[in-house]
Design a protein around this ligand. Sequence first.
Ligand code: ADP
Ligand code: ZN
Ligand code: ZN
Length: 727
Amino acid sequence: MPIIRVALNVPLDTLFDYSITEVSNKDIGLRVLVPFGPKLMTGIIIAVTTETDVPPEKLKSAKCIFKETPPLPKTLLELFQFCSQYYHHPLGMVIMNGLPVKLRGNKAVKQKELKVPYQYSLTQTGKQIDPASIPARNTISHRLLALLKHSDSITLDQVKEISPSAPNRLNQWIQSAWVSASPVGIAATPPSLPPKLTAEQQLAVNTITAEMHQFNTWLLHGITGSGKTEVYLRLIEHTLSQGKQTLVLIPEISLTPQLEAVFRARFSTTHLVNLHSGRNDTERMTGWLQALQGEAKIILGTRLAIFTPLAKLGLIIVDEEQDGSFKQQDGLRYSARDIAIFRASQTNTPIILGSATPSLESYHNALTGRYRHLRLQTRANENATLPTITCIDTRTSKAPEGFSEPLISALQKCLDEKHQSLVFINRRGYAPILLCKSCAWTASCQRCTSRLVVHLRDKKLTCHHCGHTEKFPLACPQCGDQDIIPFGQGTQRIEDTLNKHFPEARILRIDRDSIRRKDAWQDILKAIQTQQVDILVGTQLLAKGHDFPNLALVGILNADASLYSIDFRASERLFSQLMQVSGRAGRANVPGHVLIQTEFPNHPLYYALQQHDYDALANLLLAERKAAGFPPFIYQALLRAEAHDMKIVLNFLTGAAEIANPVPGIELFDPVPAQITRLQGMERAHLLVQSTSRKLLQSFLTVWHAKLKQLPSRKIRWALDIDPIDF
Ligand code: ADP
Ligand code: ZN
Ligand code: ZN
């Protein structure tokens, strides 16, 4: 009887053998339902064989192979293998992490689920309808026809926005079939006419296009507003013309609608799927299958989309490559950017890493020639200039309630001139601290090493690490005094203060609390673009990628805290964030100004920022990293462990260090508590291992990992984190 070797979603580094009556090599990569312990589980067939080490009486037989969806392609299985080895994570768990939820379960996929339409277009009947012949009260019909008059196709979401029942009720007029791509994939008359490229853009496009047939990692290093998107568009166009697919990874869900709109406008008849993490399970699966079959030509998504099977991959783009959200922080702790590079080399495809402030890792690779460096140093729109950036010294210009005098007058001037402004403060809530004035007690989370944040409007205290909330205490739990006050500034408090100062201004706060509602983002962006807002208050959510043409002023509050952080990546992140948020100003015809409130106006980071000099700061930070032996000059891995009791954690890590047996070239540090020592009631610590050789580190980890699994690990959770970005 044939045997199949199956990868299952269980924390064991092994494949599982099952007998099966009928199977062939073509079934490798298919989903299979098998008994595992008392239950049934779905796994992926990795190999077909005739031999097994499992004794015959113990060998179980597989229930059934699911054949409704195609097998995972060989290259995708190889990608999963690579991740499993590199991140030291069981193959079955790696695979299941990468599959759409619908394909992880024990159910067959229904035929109708495989055909969920994303786009609607007019039927022949629909095209011939004269809107004048429809009674005015049929507003739904009118709106639908009006919308389709201006675009060839619209999405299901758009149809449903007009009326949820429209797809069924108006099915003589609109059809739910895929709008298939024209042979070259590009519309004859694109609705958005491409601008003439700047000389720098043209050079970048030409250089990359000349080498589209082979793997290269291109660092597209362009200042904010330099028109990186247009470069992507031209390269996608080229890829489409060869009948190939482009995978575009972006860090934030909130950015996908904007980019999707840009792509759809340019490539209106191209089959695009958006696989971001906010899509529902069916949509994700459908898009995923269309990518697998090579039908979807542009695949847009957040981190997880890197595991999309792509039959005809021609180009990968990672926008804002420096962004930390490309790294998953639990389970399989992968970096989607790094896997993207592996994937590009695996398929001999070019990959573009785009950024205004590349990660020091990528910048270093560009300097040393491992990546190809392309720069865009001027803004694309010839009227747009880089903003002037100035520091306000808050040691002399005091900032009661968060605002210094010069910042208030600049905001006033902006209001008078009917321009928009943005106040950036990277801390949501009303105030970061609740303080007792008589005994200095502060409210802290019972489950985490962190303070509770004051959310005044809900009259609650919230832990931003574990989500725990509690009621506002009436008196200090320590001394009983009632004089407890919110201390410091958060977005809500800044919003209140601005309302007091500028009662006539329209102020909009944007942070994770204000965008909870579905579609909130779209509404916000629309309000900004249609000038319904005078002053924006927001966290780093606002900093990324958005184009606000009328924004003239950016005020930056409370950035100093990151200057002297113990996290060696804090400066890099702060600089990138401030560059990005500053880059929101002066993008069109309005000149931009950025004012930074700080007690350290002479700090090199602020100096480089004022000069718009990424290289100066990056080289300074690289020199520091080199001297201190930090990445990118060294490769790191963390053994993370947590338990209810710190003693257990440290015991485990000490044991782990004892069996490590590091060879020369491997540096093993002592166990130390994590920066947030207690999280959700768990005590956390870690052990750092590093080496100047990635290969050496990897082979050490393989041996060590096998031994770690032998250690007694009752009551403890542990994991390896390769290339960690937070401690
Ligand atoms: P980046 O992503 O590099 O910050 P964007 O791609 O958002 O910059 O482009 C900034 C602005 O410049 C956008 O409004 C875009 O439409 C415009 N733009 C891009 N390329 C050109 C060009 N060649 N000519 C004129 N405007 C351009
Ligand atoms: Zn007190
Ligand atoms: Zn907490």
